[in-house]
Design a protein around this ligand. Structure first.
Ligand SMILES: [Zn+2]
Length: 309
């Protein structure tokens, strides 16, 4: 992150979720009007604040660097000298592309997790992949069907392939982004199953932020998981990590979708409220337990399929 460059540029401050977002534009032409760019960054901050209950850091610098062509690319989040996000934006990016963008929200989710050893990148990227659409749904920016359609599309890419040695030891793209997201969904469902749908992964992650954990610090993964488990009252994160860190841990996704009431895929995806875990599915997206009865099946999902060796 070019912190020194940022600090020389004029900035615009957005105040969202109890925190400050200082935005600077590097030199170079952008045809997209600045108010659209600030609205795009503001929407991402509102999505993350909806999920975490606040902006996860007191202040974040956002540096927008104009690049060739159109589209948002090369988002990166930093914490070593203060929370910061650097994003390259094609100079001809149409304003309506910004409304559909997930990159800025993904980067802002990274603000909510302390830095860890490299072998745990799957937790950092998996959380950003999993939380980004949930935050946008909770902020009213996308519909629940879109959240599930993306998971149905993406999670198969996170399943273990032959030769897999577990999440800590298989640093492929699929296992890092979607394997990490699979860990998050399994954890979310399991926390909700064990707490009669009163707590979820969202409570665990809010607990980490409330304990002072964010991108500006560096924690061992065990401290992150323990802090999250303390916030929910059930040791799901610890147990699931023990199961997934050094072993393939296959998951029957078709059965999981069936139990959650997620049917079909893409534009034809339908949500079924008569499924056994429909209330869990709704609570994951709504961000709170609803008044429906607790799930009838409470056995741990991640033990549904015997581990292959
Ligand atoms: Zn990322």
């Amino acid at each position: 992150m070019p912190y020194a460059l940022f600090d020389r540029l004029p900035t615009t401050r957005l105040e969202i979720g109890g925190g400050a977002i200082d935005v600077a534009f590097d030199s170079g032409e952008l045809t997209t009007p600045k108010e659209h760019l600030l609205a795009w960054i503001g929407d991402a901050a509102r999505a993350v604040s909806a999920y975490y209950g606040r902006l996860p850091v007191e202040r974040v610098r956002v540096l927008v660097i104009p690049g060739p062509g159109s589209g948002i690319r090369d988002g990166t989040t930093f914490g070593y000298a203060g929370a910061a996000i650097k994003v390259t934006l094609g100079r001809d990016t149409p304003a309506h592309d910004l409304a559909d963008d997930w990159v800025m929200t993904h980067e802002m989710v990274h603000l909510a997790l302390p830095a860890m050893a490299d072998e745990h990148d799957w937790l950092d990227e998996g959380l950003a992949t999993y939380v980004e659409p949930l935050g946008r749904a909770q902020a009213g920016q996308i519909r629940p069907e879109k959240v599930w359609a993306d998971l149905v599309w993406g999670l198969p890419k996170g399943l273990p392939q032959p030769g897999d040695r577990g999440l800590d030891h298989t640093p492929t793209w699929g296992r890092t982004y979607w394997g990490g997201a699979l860990f998050c969904l399994l954890a979310d469902v399991e926390i909700r199953a064990r707490t009669a749908n009163r707590k979820g992964l969202q409570d665990a992650l809010r607990g980490v932020v409330a304990a002072g954990g964010n991108v500006e610090g560096r924690w061992p993964i065990e401290r992150i998981l323990e802090t999250g488990d303390r916030a929910t009252g059930v040791p799901v994160l610890h147990e699931l990590y023990e199961s997934m860190k050094a072993a393939p841990h296959p998951v029957d996704l078709d059965r999981l979708w069936q139990r959650l009431g997620v049917r079909g895929e893409g534009a034809s995806l339908r949500l079924d409220d008569s499924a056994p875990l429909a209330a869990v599915r709704r609570a994951i997206v709504a961000g709170r337990a609803d008044s429906s009865p607790p799930p009838s099946e409470c056995h741990p999902l991640h033990r549904v399929v015997p581990r292959a060796r």
